[in-house]
Write a protein that binds this ligand. Structure first.
Ligand code: ZN
Length: 317
């Protein structure tokens, strides 16, 4: 029998990489590892490789402590009750399949599943920018735009696990369509892929949002226009979310959010300009402090919860 603090074994599955970690109840990542997802090899193949990765990470965790539960954060849409995917755009071919039986059997633990952005929102309320908050939204602005919603301390998942798709709010009617086909949604005009599409429409040559941000920083006029348009659309979307949810905080993460750091004051001002009068004194927006670990940490919260343990950051001071 091992002694020490209780630990959980978690994973985060994205379209590009799968990560596994052992985490303690204070949100410390004790051991971690990453492999490529290669979703085109199919869910069964990925589940087998992830089971091996999680087993290795668990074996390599060099602290005393018992792993009491396991959970997985994943790109979705996914039904948290079954772990079954529903036409996941970044995990093509995984529709209607679940990793849960494979992982549970390999690990000898029940495996809980959550949508990555929802779990990231949960992580922010325990370890991140919104510790102790009960009403928080997490918006990831990356290749696509996703969201997680915490209301009264609980994740909002919707009837089929499909809630939180804030990227598909229509903010530019008549505008370009996203990959899912909705015209003028936030993702189509303010995500990394939306930025690249705008570059192409203008006949320009940058092949990533990062390239556009770099050119804008050097004063390129077209790049600046694209960035300004991105910020304006995001502000419209954020103002709508503030009006609907009255959150204590909206936390933004993802690569495009990082690129927008120099324009943060503009984003706040433009959001305030279109938000309800109750935001005249300022808008509750923050950038994530959890970097790329929000999904893993959110999975840890879920796993500890299943074991009856409340995970949260150690008191500071
Ligand atoms: Zn859309």
């Amino acid at each position: 029998m091992m002694s020490g603090d209780p630990l959980v074994l978690v994973a985060d599955i994205g379209g590009t990489s799968m990560r596994a970690a052992v985490v303690d109840a204070r949100g410390v990542l004790i051991e971690r590892a990453t492999i490529a997802t290669e979703p085109e090899r199919g869910l069964a193949d990925a589940a087998g490789r992830l089971a091996v990765l999680m087993t290795e990470v668990r074996a390599n965790a060099a602290v005393p402590g018992e792993v009491v539960a396991a959970a997985v954060a994943t790109a979705g849409p996914v039904d948290p009750a079954t772990g079954k995917y529903r036409f996941p755009p970044n995990l093509p071919g995984w529709h209607d399949e679940t990793m849960v039986p494979t992982l549970s059997e390999a690990l000898g633990l029940p495996v809980h599943v959550g949508h990555d952005a929802t779990l990231a929102a949960l992580a922010e309320t325990r370890f991140g920018a919104g510790i102790g908050m009960r009403h928080l939204l997490y918006v990831t602005v990356s290749t696509g735009i996703g969201g997680g919603i915490i209301v009264d301390g609980r994740p909002v998942t919707g009837a089929h696990g499909g809630a939180g798709e804030v990227g598909h709010m229509i903010v530019a009617p008549g505008g370009p369509s996203c990959g899912a086909g909705c015209g003028g949604c936030l993702e189509a005009v303010a995500s990394g892929s939306g930025i690249v599409a705008e570059v192409r429409r203008r006949g320009l040559s940058w092949d990533s949002a990062k390239g556009v941000f770099a050119a804008a920083a050097e004063g390129d006029a077209a790049a600046r226009e694209i960035v300004e348009s991105t910020v304006r659309h995001l502000a419209n979307g954020l103002a709508s979310l503030l009006a609907i949810f009255d959150p204590e905080l909206v936390v933004l993460g993802g690569g495009v959010t990082q690129g927008l750091a120099p324009y943060w004051a503009d984003l706040e001002r433009l959001t305030r300009d279109v938000a309800l009068p109750r935001y005249a004194g300022g808008v509750p927006l923050a950038r994530t402090s959890l970097g790329g670990d929000a999904g893993l940490l959110g999975a840890a919260v879920l796993a500890f919860q299943s074991a009856g343990i409340e995970a949260r950051a150690a008191a500071r001071g």
